[in-house]
Design a protein around this ligand. Structure first.
Ligand SMILES: Cc1cc2nc3c(=O)[nH]c(=O)nc-3n(C[C@H](O)[C@H](O)[C@H](O)COP(=O)(O)OP(=O)(O)OC[C@H]3O[C@@H](n4cnc5c(N)ncnc54)[C@H](O)[C@@H]3O)c2cc1C
Length: 824
């Protein structure tokens, strides 16, 4: 017994030190003290001495840095250098680009929640809010998405003009160049609002404000290029596109086969140094109407006109549309969402060296330029468009499910529909928080490489789920396209968002964990970077520091994951209020579990993990759900902990945690070295999988929120265009919703009477009169029912067409309105 007590004391001291990440010295002192005190009191001198020897054997050599480096780190450095896969230049560039924000804390196994909560609450400036309430609201009122998607296959000229005149293309351009210089949050809000009305308009506006000529010029352009292009881009005098993708270069954009050879050519009688370009690009957004084309190509200088190097690498140029030989103007047709998108070709097109972005000295730096800028655009464009889409799905589906009656009830009342409504509400809460968090990161000056991939992937995936649920709830109303259909086009367009700016399968499988593990891990990048230190002494010192930090980190995470697992995340420091504290604690547990698994996976599989995409994707999922859950908690705090939002937060949180658990479980279950997997299972899931998805009861509360007006619903539909204007069916539906709800008890009385067969008429309005006469309902109640029935009829109606109107190749009359592309 005395032996056991002494061992236990040593173990508890060790565990407590590992849990709290004390220094090695503190561990040695604490463990020795605990052993001596308990050993003496309990009367176990031999055990005490043995334990003290063990502590000394571990601590003494490790606390002598010179000895430790020579005897332990030096041989390990040799092995590490041998097994570490050499990073390609492309991978190196990707890793070096971007910054690490709160996602680093999530990867640490011990997140400092105060770091998250002290971040300023993201808010729009007065000027930005005025832009949303003014030009954005006005633009939304001009949008007729059926006209755009079916009749014109383009935006009407007045919409193009309005967009340009009001500088929608200049949101990221500084005021000194005539742009709007908006915050990322405002940029996101504008896109979200536009996306609630038209995916075509939102995509058109998103592209010039994302990675493309403006962004590249801002960072790398020469003064001359900035002064010429930026003011023209800000007011839409120039329309930009950026051409990277080609038939052989899709997800692996670095494999582009487009090339430019440095040469001299006579231009207007003057011998000019330039590049002869041959390129074949496709899928390029805005290309058909672009006036300036950003072009990525591989540059060669075989005649050494610029210097010694022959293969200069990926380079970026800006070609005016008027460049002789530039073939541009044809269109692709992306899933009936007719934003301008098309191919760009050229063979032996001559472009002077002055067209290179940043000038000749930037030749060969194209890939770095792209990767450095990628995260900012990716954090905003697609996540914002998807968020606008899901916000509108809440407004539309919530109202429709309350209006559409079957079996004598609003369809929202059926549990099956309720399940879909709960998903729409819960995922919208999560998506909106995620989108806001990444925009806020950009506004704090971060280049959020990992969060932008998380936001791109999850916002668009959840956009796909929500669009599908919305269609299911709408039934035939969602399927029949026409001016009255507000759901079908959003659903049709979802795969576009899934594909662009890093197709989703690749984003999940390769990028989120791949970049996250190395970038966010407190030691891995340091260990890798130590290999490139030229001086051996410095290299060994840097490696030694990172290695022993890493070992302590791994032990701590194992102890934390196990301790938080056996206590059901019931202990430990946590932020939040009485309601959310348990949420923070749960995230502490999964953060430790992720950090532990990441280390073990990387340690055992090494470079092979890169090819084990199914494992890496699952660990990426855990990091993603940790990030999303943190974003939701931050949002909850920023909005003043509103009680009304709790069902939404709870639903989305449980969904995230449940998914986290399943992803971790899948990764551990499929780990190829089985004994390691078994050990991880004991540490991470000591009592098995205990998390459950959101309950049916919680789902009912979420469905109730999105089907009735209220403050929580207002926050979910923030920035959605809900003005009940003639072009906005969803806005008008929402305006009628209070009446629909007020009419429900009246309708119940009326239907009860109707079932008794007491009405002689078969006409609804006549039956209402009979009901009033029979005292079943009052006069005013009959008027309400009539108003609601007439109002809702418009919303449950669908379109029909003359067969001629639907012929595939419609020959439009000359008088039909024309889009900009017709004129181009
Ligand atoms: C509507 C639209 C607009 C676009 N706009 C532009 C633009 O303006 N400018 C521009 O330059 N490009 C643009 N693109 C290109 C877009 O960015 C690419 O389509 C995208 O990068 C994917 O390339 P791909 O379609 O050739 O797919 P592929 O590369 O052929 O990929 C096919 C599938 O394989 C998966 N995959 C590929 N590699 C991996 C991997 N290592 N691990 C796991 N999965 C993998 C992908 O996720 C995808 O699911 C646009 C594309 C579309 C459809």
């Amino acid at each position: 017994m005395s032996v056991l007590l002494t061992l236990l004391a040593a173990l508890i001291a060790t565990g407590a030190c590992a849990y709290h990440r004390t220094s090695l010295r503190t561990w040695a002192i604490a463990t020795a003290l605990a052993t001596v005190v308990v050993g003496v009191l309990a009367g176990a001198p031999v055990t005490t001495v043995i334990l003290l020897i063990i502590v000394a054997v571990i601590a003494v050599p490790l606390l002598m840095p010179a000895f430790r480096r020579r005897q332990i780190s030096a041989p390990l450095l040799k092995i590490f250098a041998k097994v570490t896969p050499k990073l390609s230049d492309t991978e190196q560039t990707a890793l070096e680009a971007g910054t690490v924000g709160f996602e680093g804390e999530l990867f640490s196994g011990k997140p400092d929640w105060h770091e998250l909560l002290k971040q300023p609450k993201p808010e729009l400036s007065v000027e930005e809010q005025a832009f949303l309430d003014g030009p954005v609201e006005q633009l939304c009122s001009m949008i007729d998405d059926w006209q755009i998607t079916h009749e014109l296959g383009d935006l009407p000229p007045e919409v193009w003009e309005f967009i340009k005149k009001n500088k929608f293309f200049g949101m990221i351009i500084p005021k000194q160049y005539g742009g709007l210089q908006f915050s990322a949050l405002a940029h996101s809000a504008v896109l979200q609002k536009l996306a609630t009305m038209s995916a075509t308009v939102a995509s058109t506006v998103a592209v010039p404000n994302s990675l493309g000529p403006a962004e590249l010029l801002l960072h790398y352009g020469s003064d001359e290029q900035k002064n010429f292009y930026l003011p023209r881009l800000a007011v839409g005098e120039e329309i930009p596109c950026f051409a990277l993708t080609g038939p052989y270069a899709g997800s692996d954009a670095t494999s582009l086969t487009d090339y430019g050879v440095v040469c001299k050519q006579m231009v207007d009688g003057v011998e000019t140094l330039g590049i002869r370009l041959t390129f074949d690009k496709r899928y390029i957004t805005l290309a058909p109407v672009a006036t300036v084309v950003g072009l990525a190509f591989r540059m060669y200088d075989p005649d050494h006109l610029l210097g010694d190097k022959e293969d200069l690498g990926i380079t970026l140029a800006l070609l005016p549309r008027s460049t002789p030989g530039l073939e541009i103007g044809r269109r692709h047709y992306p899933l009936n969402i007719p934003f301008q998108n098309g191919p760009v070709h050229g063979k032996d097109v001559f472009a002077p060296l002055t067209t290179l972005i940043g000038g000749p000295h930037m030749a060969g730096h194209g890939w770095r330029m792209l990767v450095e800028c990628l995260s900012v655009g990716r954090a905003i464009s697609l996540p914002s468009n998807a968020t606008g889409g899901v916000r509108m799905a809440v407004a539309a589906t919530g109202a429709y499910a309350r209006m559409r009656k079957q079996f004598g009830l609003a369809v929202a009342r059926f549990e099956g529909v309720e399940e879909a409504l709960a998903r729409i509400g819960g995922l919208t809460y999560a998506t909106a928080a995620l989108s806001r968090a990444t925009a806020a990161a950009v506004d704090r000056g971060e280049k959020p490489a990992v969060p932008s991939a998380i936001a791109k992937y999850h916002a668009t995936e959840w956009g796909r789920v929500v669009a599908g649920d919305s269609m299911d709830v709408h039934g035939g109303k969602g399927v029949q396209l026409g001016p009255k259909n507000y759901a079908g086009r959003a659903w049709q367009g979802v795969p576009i968002a899934i594909t662009v700016e890093g197709a989703n399968i690749m984003t999940r499988s390769l990028m989120i964990f791949g970049q996250g593990a190395i970038r966010c891990h407190p030691y891995v990048l340091k260990e890798m970077q130590s290999l490139s230190i030229a001086d051996y002494g410095d290299r060994l010192k840097a490696f030694d520091r990172a290695l022993f930090g890493h070992i302590g980190f791994g032990i701590s995470n194992a102890v934390r994951a196990f301790t938080l697992g056996i206590t059901g995340s019931a202990i430990g420091d946590a932020a939040g209020d009485a309601y959310t504290r348990r949420y923070y604690r749960k995230l502490n547990r999964y953060s430790a579990a992720l950090a532990l698994c990441a280390d073990v996976f990387m340690g055992v599989l090494g470079g092979k993990l890169k090819f084990k995409e199914k494992l890496s994707a699952r660990l990426g999922d855990v990091l993603s759900y940790l990030y999303i859950a943190s974003a939701m908690l931050k949002r909850y705090e920023d909005t003043g902990r509103p009680e009304a939002d709790r069902p939404l937060l709870a639903w989305a949180f449980h969904e995230c945690v449940w998914r986290m658990q399943m992803a971790l479980d899948g990764a551990i279950r499929n780990f190829p070295v089985k004994p390691v997997g078994w050990l991880l299972r004991v540490l991470v899931f000591p009592f098995g999988r205990r998390e459950v998805p959101p309950s049916d009861r919680l789902g009912r509360r979420v469905a109730a929120i999105i089907t009735a007006p209220g403050e929580a619903r207002d926050r979910l539909t923030e920035w959605a265009y809900l003005t009940p204007s003639a072009n906005n069916t969803v806005g008008r539906m929402n305006a009628l919703l209070p009446d629909v709800i007020a009419a429900e008890p009246v309708e119940r009385k009326f239907l009860k009477a109707q079932k008794t067969g007491q009405f002689t008429s078969h006409e609804y309005n006549d039956q209402l009169l009979e009901a009033v006469k029979a005292g079943v309902i009052a006069d005013g109640e009959a008027a309400l029912l009539k108003r609601v029935r007439e109002g809702t009829f418009e919303f449950i109606s669908v379109d029909d067409f003359d067969p001629k109107e639907l012929r595939a190749a419609v020959v439009r009359s000359e008088s039909a309105p024309k889009g900009l592309a017709d004129a181009a």
